[in-house]
Design a binder for this molecule. Structure first.
Ligand code: GLN
Length: 459
């Protein structure tokens, strides 16, 4: 039986009624991982996962009720997992075994989740396609030979190909939303600071967001209610109370004001994707939402700004991998990491700092202000995730600039620190397409509310 095609809610119901044990679910997922040729995992935790499933079954028998008890999950291989190898998909860390787990991993395990493995991704989360992994590219489960989107490539695939119910990813410039859109799953990038970054290998610390992939919006809301909130180990998590996300799932969208930013629907956007989004917007309007054209005038500076701020932080964060403290020496860095270290060191060096880094930080403020202004007029914004459909493996690897441009609609969200939810809206020529819903800081509940109005019922 294909248990993992279900939602968390359905599986938890079945587990509680003793229709099937967690052990069957976990074994079903492990089988699927083993026979798959998609290369979604770097490490599989077979023995440990089966052991945990048996423990979960015993707890269920004893009447223990936890939101994720017995549910298999995976995590991008940049989440520290105690006693489980964590590579960041780089040869630098090919033998690194962490001493402790990331806060979110601890929270999910406390809620009963079972980690079945660590997923493949672009090394250090640098990329948009999954092809920068030192462990080989991951394939799109929908069409052979196509990219699944990155950098959280294996995470999106693991959920899309029914290898687990939830996968934790990271989004620094689009790395959850893009693969979610390319793989037909729901991907949440929460507000910066809503979820603790403690124990997640840093890419660019002022942009990194800790989020997840699920099969549907309900599951996404449930997972956020477990991962979100203050963590004393991460000073960027504020005291702000975590919303009751469940309450938003049953609200209709009458009178919800939805903005469509002109700059996101211009010539660069694939016409077929545009049409599909416009179609969804019509459906939302019919359901009572109010649609408004808006403008985010500094949109076009996003990629330039991001490719100064992000490498600057990358160059600083990767400095600790010197071969003395962790893993192998710097000669093991791949080309993309080297490119970013050099770019970052350059924009931070004296004489260039003011011209590049400082200027980029000023532009970042303008980009954030665009969103602040927009959210005075509308509740949420709807936009495409990617200007194109998934591309063929190898198509953009020789042209970093065209790869960078695939994030044109996602990076500004990270620069502004706001949340974004990517929701599937169907297939075009066999390849999935999603749209993103954006909201003000800490408005994840609203995103789930609108996301529910868009998603088609699955199982
Ligand atoms: N594709 C973007 C980059 O390569 C975003 C990566 C991410 O979000 N981790 O920088």
């Amino acid at each position: 039986m294909n248990y993992s095609a279900y939602s968390i809610h359905k599986l938890r119901e079945g587990l509680k009624k003793k229709d099937f044990p967690s052990e069957d679910i976990v074994k079903d997922c492990l089988d699927r991982i083993k026979i798959s040729k998609l290369n979604a995992f770097i490490t599989i935790c077979e023995t440990e996962a089966i052991k945990k499933a048996k423990e979960a079954d015993k707890k269920i028998k004893d009447g223990v009720d936890l939101p994720l008890l017995g549910i298999p999950i995976s995590a991008k291989d940049i989440y520290l997992t105690r006693n489980i190898r964590t590579t960041a998909a780089s040869r630098v860390l090919n033998r690194y075994i962490p001493q402790y787990s990331a806060t979110v991993i601890e929270r999910l395990e406390k809620a009963g989740a079972i980690i079945i493995g660590k997923t493949n991704c672009d090394a250090w989360a640098h990329g948009s396609s999954g092809e920068n992994s030192d462990y080989g590219p991951t394939e799109n489960p929908y069409l052979k030979g196509y990219v699944p989107g990155g950098s959280s490539s294996g995470s999106a695939v693991s959920v899309a190909a029914n290898m687990c119910l939830v996968s934790m990813g990271t989004d620094t410039g689009g790395s959850i939303r893009l693969p979610a859109s390319f793989c037909n799953v729901v991907g949440l990038k929460p507000t910066y600071g809503r979820v603790s970054r403690y124990g997640v290998i840093s890419m660019a610390s002022s942009l990194d967001s800790i989020g997840h992939f699920t099969k549907n919006v309900d599951d996404s809301a449930l997972v956020l209610s477990i991962t979100a909130g203050k963590d004393k180990n991460d000073a960027t998590t504020p005291e702000i109370e975590v919303d009751n996300y469940k309450n938003y799932l049953t609200k209709d969208i009458k009178e919800v004001k939805i903005g469509l930013p002109r700059e996101y629907f211009s010539d660069g956007l694939d016409k077929r994707v545009k049409e599909k989004i416009e179609n969804e917007v019509k459906i939302l309007e019919a359901k009572g939402a109010r649609i408004e054209q808006i403008s985010l005038p500094n949109t076009e500076y996003g990629i330039t700004c991001y490719y100064i701020v992000q490498p600057a932080e990358v160059s600083s964060n990767l400095a600790r991998y010197d071969g003395l403290r962790y893993g192998n020496d710097r000669a093991h860095f791949g080309n993309e990491a080297k490119r970013r270290i050099m770019l970052g060191s350059y924009v931070l060096s004296s004489g260039y700092y003011d011209a590049y880094y400082k200027k980029a930080m000023q532009v970042r403020t303008l980009i954030k202000k665009d969103f602040d202004e927009a959210f005075k007029k509308v509740d949420v914004i709807i936009a495409p995730v990617s200007p194109t459909l998934p591309w063929k493996i190898g198509e953009k690897t020789q042209d970093p600039l065209s790869m960078y441009l695939s994030d044109i609609y996602t990076v500004n969200v990270n620069l502004a620190g706001i949340p974004g939810l990517s929701v599937p809206i169907g297939l075009i020529e066999g390849l999935p397409v999603g749209l993103q819903i954006l909201g003000p800081h800490f408005s994840e509940g609203k995103l789930f509310q609108v996301g529910k109005a868009i998603e088609r019922p699955k199982i």
